[in-house]
Design a protein around this ligand. Structure first.
Ligand SMILES: Nc1ncnc2c1ncn2[C@@H]1O[C@H](COP(=O)(O)OP(=O)(O)OP(=O)(O)O)[C@@H](O)[C@H]1O
Ligand SMILES: O=P(O)(O)OC[C@H]1O[C@H](OP(=O)(O)OP(=O)(O)O)[C@H](O)[C@@H]1O
Ligand SMILES: O=C(O)c1cccnc1
Ligand SMILES: [Mg+2]
Length: 560
């Protein structure tokens, strides 16, 4: 899905970087004001002034105390191929007032990101408010044009990855998590993005075929109620034969084999009386699905009645498949009390295993779906359930519990002069200066605190005590003796500098990083109810400077 205009480009290190996954990501995927400001910078002769911007968010989403950073690769793909086409320049010209001078459009024609430096936290990392996810340095007019696309590429990516990670946290490691959201996602890009980022956040697979092709994410799926109700009765099945799994023999009438098993189940000692006649439309659908996929037979059992029809029908087909050497996969429940029904279905499978001596039948996989979210997963856990896999769509991909992460892109330095953005609301005051940030680890191996310092301050050292200060609250400070120090910002786009460019990790590596980092967090930061906030701090020197600049920039009020 790489657009022609966005084909691979050579970067400074001579390695090519493909264009953004979504060809709609172009320099025009921007707010108009970025272009009007670019013109005004240019008109003022200021466009090449070297600026440093930080991209960060102010508050963790979903009432939690952590966020997963995602979307970096798409940002790097964007800047690696950043170039306005003639057509785009014409459109910008037509969109700006006629008084704009031609020279500006010649300037636009010449710009790219070869002089922009991007330092970023590695994608898939656990991150916290106020700590820059990206530090972007370059000519102010060019970097300004990156604001909207960067924030756009990171906001939803990080939000949905965090949402996926939270679902994984509640479901537990051992459950299979399937992303089923495409039909409910906010348009095609929302759907593709959700599949990619839910995978990073710890989902195992997606139903989205395009995402499977684009990113190599494992594909999984079952079938729908329409498939079940489209059949009328087993009489309509014409091709009834099924070869055994090892090819040694053929059942000429698989339908009869299933029907024989169904009556055996019905009249068995332990199951007699649980159900009578099962639904024949459903039975026909299951048989047809098994004939089509004898090695992957999984049945949606809630179209008519889970325990009186779906489960017995499934078992009859599974036992017939077993006669031919095939192992059925399991069932999907898509309505009703998922805790209760999963336990009842498991009991049924256990009884079949015992009664008919089919080893492993009890372990048949149970998938549950239907408006699942963190809360319903938590409720199911508390009640006790027998679900092995969860298919989750709407609440996951739309990030129903919180619509946006609220990333911002703030100027922190221009021409080596630190800049600050003040606000009545302290949480909105920006942290000035071109900075470095570090994660300090404690004795038990957990991350203790993130600390930001000025660019030229000496880095924190292992075993050396350092004062970590809350950026805005004078009384909140603590000494830390780190056992490990990790510098957070790495150079992902060196611009014209001679820094080494960090390789973009594969999707699988990013997913593994995310899972590993989450496991490393102290459990009290992770719990769902009243989690402990993770500390984000600044060095003593940066603290003093922030408050010096604050006083310098804030006008003194006059009381009348
Ligand atoms: N044991 C449970 N505890 C808590 N929530 C559950 C449990 N089982 C299912 N749910 C949730 O309860 C909701 C049930 O929704 P709803 O009443 O619309 O569906 P339904 O009646 O089961 O299905 P349908 O209307 O499609 O036949 C879903 O969000 C589902 O995830
Ligand atoms: O419930 P979600 O988390 O969004 O997961 C995806 C849903 O999509 C499918 O059915 P759909 O909702 O289209 O129809 P249904 O509700 O009538 O089964 C599937 O059966 C799930 O229920
Ligand atoms: O494969 C499935 O079962 C599926 C896929 C998308 C949405 N709901 C269910
Ligand atoms: Mg539904």
């Amino acid at each position: 899905m790489e657009g022609k205009a966005n084909g691979p480009s050579e970067n400074q290190a001579g390695r090519s970087v493909s264009g953004p996954t979504n060809p709609m990501v172009t320099p025009l995927l921007n707010d108009l004001y970025q272009f009007t400001m670019a013109y005004a910078y240019w008109k003022a002769g200021k466009h090449d002034e070297r600026a440093v911007f930080d991209l960060y968010f102010r508050k963790n989403p979903f009432g939690g105390e952590y966020t997963i950073f995602a979307g970096l690769e798409e940002c790097i793909r964007f800047i690696a191929n950043f170039k306005l086409t003639e057509e785009e320049i014409t459109f910008v010209r037509d969109s700006l007032p006629g008084s704009c001078e031609d020279g500006f459009f010649d300037y636009l024609r010449g710009i790219n990101c070869s002089d922009v430096e991007v330092h970023a936290i590695t994608e898939g990392s656990v991150v916290f408010p106020k700590v820059p996810l990206l530090r972007v340095e370059g000519p102010v007019a060019v970097v300004q044009l990156l604001e909207t696309p960067f924030v756009n590429l990171i906001n939803y990516a990080s939000l949905v990855t965090t949402n996926a990670a939270r679902h994984r946290f509640v479901a537990g490691k051992s459950k299979m998590l399937l992303e089923f959201g495409l039909r409910r996602a906010q348009g095609p890009d929302g759907g593709i993005g959700a599949s990619k980022y839910c995978y990073i956040g710890g989902f195992d697979a997606t139903s989205n075929v395009a995402a499977g092709k684009l990113f190599g994410i494992p594909l999984r799926g079952t079938h729908s109620h329409a498939f079940v109700s489209s059949f009328m009765s087993p009489d309509e099945i014409i091709e009834k034969s099924l070869k055994s799994s090892d090819g040694s023999h053929t059942s000429e009438d698989f339908v009869s084999l299933v029907q024989t098993w169904l009556s055996k189940i019905q009249w068995s000692k332990s199951l007699h009386g649980i159900f009578g006649e099962t639904n024949q439309s459903e039975l026909a659908a299951f048989i047809s699905y098994a004939l089509a996929f004898p090695n992957n037979f999984l049945a949606l059992v809630d179209t008519y009645d889970v325990m009186r029809s779906g489960v017995p029908n499934f078992c009859a087909v599974a036992l017939a498949l077993n006669d031919l050497g095939y192992k059925a996969v399991g069932i999907r429940l898509d309505s009703g009390d998922l805790a209760y029904l999963s336990c009842e279905a498991r009991k049924f499978f256990r009884t079949i295993e015992k009664e008919f001596g089919v080893p492993g039948f009890e372990k048949m996989s149970i998938t549950a779906s239907n408006d699942l979210n963190e809360e319903t997963l938590d409720a199911l856990n508390k009640q006790g359930h027998e679900v092995d896999a969860f298919g989750i769509g709407t609440y996951l991909v739309t990030c129903y519990a919180q619509a946006a992460l609220g990333c911002v892109f703030k100027l922190v330095e221009i021409n080596k002069q630190p800049r600050i953005k003040l606000s009545e609301d302290v949480s909105k005051v920006s942290i000035p200066c071109k900075k470095r940030s570090y994660r300090l680890y404690g004795k038990e191996g957990y991350p203790l605190v993130d600390i930001m310092t000025g660019e030229n301050e000496p880095p924190p050292k292992v075993g050396e005590r350092i004062l970590c200060r809350h950026p805005f609250n004078e009384s909140k400070r603590a000494y830390v003796v780190p056992q490990k120090v990790e510098e957070l910002l790495k150079c992902y786009w060196p611009g014209s500098s001679d820094k080494r460019r960090e390789d973009l990790p594969t999707l699988k590596d990013t997913r593994e990083r995310c899972i590993k980092q989450l496991e490393q967090m102290r459990p009290d930061h992770m719990r769902r109810l009243n989690p402990t906030p993770y500390k984000v701090s600044v060095s003593a020197k940066l603290y003093d400077f922030i408050h010096f600049l604050w006083l310098n920039e804030a006008p003194v009020g006059e009381l009348q």
